[in-house]
Design a protein around this ligand. Structure first.
Ligand SMILES: Nc1ncnc2c1ncn2[C@@H]1O[C@H](COP(=O)(O)OP(=O)(O)O)[C@@H](O)[C@H]1O
Ligand code: SF4
Ligand SMILES: [Mg+2]
Length: 339
């Protein structure tokens, strides 16, 4: 039977992931000689930690850099600067930012990403068995055929699908089932950490809860840590231990799930929460805050605080410095000196 990663991972007090001042800037070229004319600051100085078995929800509007953070962690986006520490096989925290493909391989087998769109993330020409087996072919080249087949059947059952589905193709499945297949594939190499990039955003509301429950069951069984990305705070509220809020490439607030929901501090988080639908009218989150204007382009960020062009309490000083995350109460950080 496949071994559980929970037995091999670091003690609960240690970090599983430490990200410091991560930046991903994409150069933009233009003009007759295709000179570098600017850069898209997709991720512009993001720091956070994750412990084993913990879920960090990462929220923010479309385009704020959530997917790029996830991709940078597993080497699918180029890191411009900053540090990403993840434990190696010996348990020691190791710098993995911009490692080459081969050097990254042993780390990659223990960190996996599940993507938003279950319709385009699975190769339509591969059978379910081949899809789930692929990471094993890469990371466990010595594994015997029969063992791989058994593992695929076992994984399918773990994600709530029949082992007999192994010979079928992605188009034969619904969105929810495809997301289960994606999860089985992610679990194949016994990861300690899964980046779930909006795993339920493309699914019917009735299916979303099933997938979230499955993610929680798998977390308990395999001791997984999640970076759970969503554009909607309501989705992460239920599953996250802590929640981080991003705006225009920066993290503006991070704290315990109930801190963020009940005592949001940053003006952007407040606006985001006030805009969320609240089914119980007696639990209204106060006056709805409508932000003026649009999110600026990451190609042309405002100086100082990135939120200042839309912030209801902005003052002239906000243009001078990029505000750092400050601990406002234990474990609850916000990047605004005026809250
Ligand atoms: N490969 C790329 N080249 C240039 N710009 C990119 C690239 N990938 C993402 N971006 C830009 O970076 C910003 C953040 O994108 P993304 O991380 O996908 O945001 P989110 O997942 O929060 O919607 C967007 O403005 C996007 O257009
Ligand atoms: S630093 Fe200024 S602009 Fe930014 S959130 Fe605080 S008050 Fe608003
Ligand atoms: Mg995204």
């Amino acid at each position: 039977m496949p071994e559980k990663i929970a037995e091999t991972k670091a003690p609960a007090s240690a970090s599983l992931l430490e990200v410091k001042d991560l930046k991903v800037h994409y150069p933009v070229h233009g003009g007759l000689f295709m000179k570098r004319v600017g850069e898209v600051k997709a991720v512009d100085g993001v720091s956070f930690e994750l412990k084993p078995c913990e879920t960090l929800g990462l929220v923010g509007e479309s385009g704020c850099g959530k997917t790029t953070v996830g991709k940078a962690l597993i080497n699918l986006a180029p890191v411009t600067s900053g540090s990403i520490l993840f434990p190696g096989a010996d348990g020691k925290m190791t710098e993995i930012a911009n490692l080459g493909r081969a050097a990254m391989r042993p780390f990659r087998s223990r960190m996996q990403m599940v993507f938003q769109d279950p319709y385009s993330s699975l190769n339509p020409r591969m059978s379910v068995e081949a899809i789930i087996e692929e990471p094993l072919d890469i990371h466990k080249p010595d594994m015997k055929r029969k063992e791989k087949k058994e593992k695929v059947a076992w994984l399918l059952e773990k994600v709530g699908l029949q082992a007999a589905y192994a010979s079928r193709y992605p188009h034969e499945f619904s969105g929810g089932q495809r997301q289960r297949i994606g999860l089985a594939r992610a679990l194949a190499t016994n990861p300690a950490f899964i980046i779930a990039d909006e795993p339920v955003s493309a699914l019917d509301v009735s299916i979303q809860a099933q997938i979230i429950n499955l993610l929680q069951d798998l977390q308990d069984e395999f001791g997984l840590a999640y970076l759970f990305v969503a554009h909607d705070l309501a989705v992460v509220e239920h599953i996250s231990d802590r929640i981080a809020v991003m705006y225009l490439g920066n993290m503006v607030e991070i704290g315990g799930g109930s801190d963020i929901n009940r005592r949001p501090l940053h003006p952007y988080t407040r606006a985001l929460l006030s805009a969320a639908p609240q089914p119980d009218p007696y639990k209204r989150r106060g006056e709805r805050i409508i932000l003026k204007g649009d999110v600026p382009s990451p190609l042309n960020k405002p100086s100082g605080c990135g939120f200042r062009t839309r912030c209801p309490i902005a003052r002239p000083e906000c243009a001078l410095h990029v505000p750092e995350l400050q601990e406002k109460s234990p474990g609850h950080f916000a990047a605004c000196p005026y809250v």
